[in-house]
Write a protein that binds this ligand. Structure first.
Ligand SMILES: [Zn+2]
Length: 210
């Protein structure tokens, strides 16, 4: 499985592009911005986008979804609990002092237990609310990888002081859904460097005593 991670946009959101060489299909997670760069990578590997997955409706993660959907025709997956946040994309753009990008319809409600197939790999949706009410993480057992959105970071966790945030809830999500994973699972956070479940279990100051 091909996997490219590119930080996009002003807030450098990690956009993940997973590609299955056999079927020529791809899954793009969090196309926040710089859709031309994402399309160039897809083109270079001759990949057709099967699904666009949004870990949560913050503008830096979802801002480019409409443009990528228009260019590829792929359906957009997002948890419905973030719809209201997405409906206020113009307000989020205002916080950052940028122009609001066009919005798109969400095609699939990415709920707990939902799976998406790419080649022989399954992408499992884990509902991990707390950073936002509709935050999800993607667990890919065949790759031993977790795409964590803004729920878990190297040495940190997602902020909960924005609308829809809840500190106790994000800790519960991490405890119930992420920490049961094995120590060697690679975590791809929404921003910054990769880490592992084991490292965060031992060293993340927010998780001590959980
Ligand atoms: Zn966020």
């Amino acid at each position: 499985m091909l996997h490219e991670i590119i930080p996009v946009g002003m807030l450098q959101c990690n956009c993940s592009i997973f590609g299955d060489e056999t079927s020529g299909e791809a899954v793009v997670i969090d196309p926040g911005d710089e859709i031309d760069r994402i399309l160039a990578i897809l083109e270079r590997h001759q990949l057709r986008v099967k699904a666009i997955v949004i870990t949560h409706a913050h503008i830096d993660h979802i801002g480019g979804a409409q443009k990528l959907k228009a260019a590829t025709g792929a359906p957009v997956y997002m948890n419905a609990n973030d719809q209201e946040l997405y409906d206020h994309l113009d307000m989020q753009a205002g916080w950052l002092g940028i122009e609001a990008p066009d919005r798109t319809d969400i095609d699939v409600n990415a709920r707990e237990g939902e799976t998406l197939q790419l080649g022989t790999a399954e992408f499992h949706v884990l509902a991990t609310p707390g950073h936002t009410q509709g935050s999800i993480s993607l667990w890919i057992p065949a790759e031993n990888k977790l795409v964590a959105g803004d729920t878990l970071f190297l040495d940190s966790i997602g902020r909960t002081d924005l609308p829809g945030g809840n500190h106790r809830q994000i800790l519960r999500s991490i405890h119930d859904k992420l920490l049961p994973l094995a120590d060697n699972v690679v975590v791809i956070p929404g921003h910054g460097q990769n880490t592992t479940i084991g490292r965060e279990r031992r060293r993340n100051p927010f998780l001590q005593g959980l």
